[in-house]
Structures are given as structure tokens and as C-alpha cells.
Design a protein around this ligand. Sequence first.
Ligand code: SF4
Length: 313
Amino acid sequence: MKNYIYGPVPSRRLGRSLGVDLVPYKVCSYDCIYCQLGRTREKTIELRPYIPAKKILDQLYLKLKTDICADYITLAGSGEPTLNSEIGAIIRGIKKKSSIPVAVLTNGSLLSKKAVRESITEADVIMPSLDAFDQKGFEAINRPHPDIKFENMIEGLIALGKEFSGEIWLEVFVLEGINASEKDAEQFRDLIKMVNPQKVHINTAVRPSAETFARQVSRKDLSFFCKCLGGNAEVITPFIDSQNHEQTQRDIEKDIFALISRRPCTLDDISSSLNVHRNEILKYITPFLKNHSIGITEKGNNIYYQSNLLDVH
Ligand code: SF4
């Protein structure tokens, strides 16, 4: 049976986050050039119960019976969670059985629909994205479904800012040479004021992106960009691992190398073999891609990872 619950995993923004996948692997309204999950497989704005609430809640209730320690239950995963038309029922179902705060990680594209905003109103934190300040940048960075216009998207965010009684933590994803200049920061600043979020998180492509031209901004430039935004903007810094987590990390790294030294594997292969979410696998393999212990080859639409180490044991 497919697993819709993962973690708790360490999250830069949420501490220990128990993740819940609400849509199948890359069903999304965007196809962001920086997406760490690769290119979108199904670009859609159709709201439907991609994974029914009951299936998700049954698994989550079992997980909650175990001895887990989570700071947030995070609705996110492998695509855009607000596309799941049962997201409201899922949040209510979680609230019935748990006092752990619920966070919704969304690209914000569907918030112009009142019904979508209402469906997530019982969450504690909503974390939408804003990566562009005009239609041209929006199309270049987020590559949205053709029926989503920048103007409507931003109106949805502003409406959320007015209506939502919980916290809004906005994420701005900046990319070298694309949306990271001082002038860009000024444009973002005016829009952000209209949304009025409690926090603004500045992020960049520290992991492999869907497109190689989506490049990381240096820490120094990121700090400067953040300063230009002013107010409550902060660069999100890596989660500090506990000793326990370091042990788990070593074990997972060992398992990944054991797998990819036998044959090249896609992210999906590694994820399903180790029962660890794709996002987590990426965190583990990124440093090894950088020091070339792991290499990648592209075949068709797939990226394969293989070990470059002679002896992995
Ligand atoms: S980054 Fe998020 S919104 Fe963008 S394509 Fe990936 S899953 Fe969709």
C-alpha cells in the first residue's frame, strides 16, 4: 500500500515536521524551474480527491498512535496540496485526533478561489510561495498552468492575508541572475506589504533543480536581498541536527550508497526502496553530488543517480 505519511523529518522552517502527501507524485499547477522533485508530470488546476481523505486519515491516525514527536503536521508532499478537494476534511480530521499544529505548504496558485481559501482556514500556519512580481517573471520561474494569471494569484494571496486568522509565512525563492537583484527585492517588497505575512522566508536552490539554469544565490547575496526586503524577512537556515538524527542520517546515507552502487536509480526508485520521502533523499544526496561521490545521468525524462565510489562498504 502506498504511504502518504512521512517523517517526522527535520525541516528548516518547521522543526520536526510530520509530512502528509495530498496528491500523487508531481500533480501540480506549476512546473517551477527550481523544483527539486523534477518536472511536473500532470499540470492541472482541477480540484478533486486525488487521494481520498479517508485513506490519508486512516494512515495518519495509525502514525499518531506511535511514539512520534512532531512540531507540525505538514500538508505538502509531491505536488500542490490544495488541488486535493478534500483538504478541508483532512485538516478537520487531523484536528479531531491531534493537538499538533497543522501547516499547509502551498504554491498559492489556487488561493484566488474563495472555496480553496475556506478549505484551509482551520490550519494553524499557511506557507505560500511568491517567486515573481509580474506575469513575465511568473511564467519564466513558475511555468504555471495557462489558466493561472499572476494578477489573480496575487489577489488570492492578498485576500488570504485579510481573511486568515492563523499565521502566514511567505516563501520567496530566489535564483541567481533571475529574481535576486536589489531592484527585484524592491518590487517584491511592495507586493509583500500588501499580503502582510507574519514571516517572510528567503530560500534558494541548495538542492538539484528541475532545470540546470536555476542556480543558487550565494549566502552573501541572499543576506543582501533579505536586507533590501526589510521587515520580517529572514534567510532560512539549515535545521540543526540532534545526535540521534545524525545516526539516522548515517544509516540512510549508507543504504542509499548500497542501492546505487548496484545499479543507477531514479529518485523514485531510491524513495520506494528505502521508504523515505523523495524530499528527504534529496537532502541526503545533495552534498554527495557536490563532492562528486554521486553522479547523475539523464535518460529520456528520468534522472539516474549512481555511486562514483569504488568501495561503499
Ligand atoms: S516547487 Fe512546488 S509548486 Fe513548484 S513545481 Fe515543484 S511542487 Fe509544484
